[in-house]
Design a protein around this ligand. Structure first.
Ligand SMILES: NC(=O)c1ccc[n+]([C@@H]2O[C@H](COP(=O)([O-])OP(=O)(O)OC[C@H]3O[C@@H](n4cnc5c(N)ncnc54)[C@H](O)[C@@H]3O)[C@@H](O)[C@H]2O)c1
Length: 317
């Protein structure tokens, strides 16, 4: 089976395409390399198309040529969306509509990657799929819009779709460098370079960190069984941990770790934790990974890939 992965040269995409290939699938990637890296995937035996999901002609050919589509391409990051909401809308909403239209034209199964950020100001914990959403950022709003469109294509056009909401995914291949990098790769990179790690606010905010192998395995399971759902499924196992607790674990690998405090960030959610009941209903196999083990695997990966990251991304070591 040939699987098309938009955003396949990005963090989750790179992990996913490696696993798809080792499961015997053919893979085609469509990525504009805005945050993804060609070097992540160029040695793999797959088809790589450099182009945008906002280019409908390129997208049409890409979707026509695959059996199923995993749509990961997006303009990520809350702060980036606050800076330029129109661009976030263009890629995450219009781009997603383009993907949906192409899948509708060729009747292709589609998995869409939404985000826990759709819950925004809803402080109820843990989160389940029946709770109300109210994004705190244009990024969260764009993901909510994308998932609503995806599910509307399921009900209106009987398109086989499945929406996952990811919760703070981390692991190998995640970029540590730019201003909008996620917290864990940023911290690991700073620690490796003997620089202080930046903590926004008091550090008591919590996250349901998910090791990247978890969504990768669940997506592959979904593809195999062509799982569909009329509502989004939250993809995390409910293991909430505060940033201060993460720092304590990091100190086991980096005993001299120093902290630099900075103000809370606009648009950031205070606490995040999933109730995995619906996930377990649809995916009874346990794909959870222990946080400490996953963090240690991730740190090892950054250590093993230090010089490659410095040369490919062009950041200082
Ligand atoms: N990483 C997380 O914690 C997390 C959490 C919630 C949701 N998500 C969602 O998961 C998906 C993958 O995230 P990621 O962490 O791998 O991010 P990423 O930035 O590493 O990957 C996104 C990829 O999409 C590509 N891209 C961006 N705009 C494009 C366009 N117009 N056309 C084609 N390709 C384009 C980028 O070059 C990149 O390779 C995204 O949709 C993101 O919103 C991620």
């Amino acid at each position: 089976m040939k699987i098309g992965v938009t955003g396949g040269a990005g963090f989750i995409g790179t992990n996913l395409v490696q696993e798809l290939l080792s499961n015997g699938h053919d893979v085609s990637i469509l990525d504009d390399l805005s945050t993804g890296l060609k070097s992540n995937v160029e040695k793999l035996d797959l088809e790589m198309i450099t182009g945008s999901i906002n280019d409908v002609d390129v997208l049409d050919k890409f979707v026509a040529n695959v059996d199923k589509v995993v749509h990961l391409a997006a303009r990520g990051s809350v702060p980036r969306s606050i800076k330029n909401p129109l661009k976030t809308h263009e890629v995450n909403v219009m781009g997603t509509l383009n993907v949906l239209e192409a899948c509708r034209k060729y009747n292709k199964y589609l998995i869409f990657s939404s985000s826990s950020s759709v819950y925004g100001s809803n402080t109820t914990l843990p989160k389940n799929e029946k709770q109300w959403t109210n994004p705190l950022s244009p990024y969260g709003a764009s993901k909510l819009s994308g998932e609503a469109f995806a599910n509307s294509y399921g009900s209106t056009y009987s398109l086989p779709v499945l929406v996952f909401r990811f919760f703070n995914v981390f692991g190998p291949w995640q970029r540590p460098d730019h201003d909008y990098a996620a917290v864990l790769p940023k911290w690991i990179w700073s620690a490796m370079n003997n620089e202080p790690i930046e903590v926004h606010g008091d550090g008591k905010q919590t996250r349901d960190f998910t090791f990247v192998q978890t969504p990768v395995q669940i997506i592959i399971d979904a593809i195999k069984r062509e799982v569909t759902s009329q509502t989004p499924i939250n993809l995390a196992y409910g293991n909430r941990i505060s940033l201060l607790e993460v720092i304590e674990i990091l100190r086991e690998s980096f005993p001299n770790l120093e902290i630099m405090n900075s103000p809370e960030r606009l648009g950031d959610v205070r606490n995040s934790q999933n109730d995995p009941s619906l996930l377990k209903e649809y995916f009874p196999s346990d794909y959870s990974v222990d946080f400490k083990d996953a963090l240690s695997t991730t740190i090892d990966w950054y250590r093993d890939n230090f010089s490659r990251i410095v040369s490919d991304i062009g950041i200082r070591g």
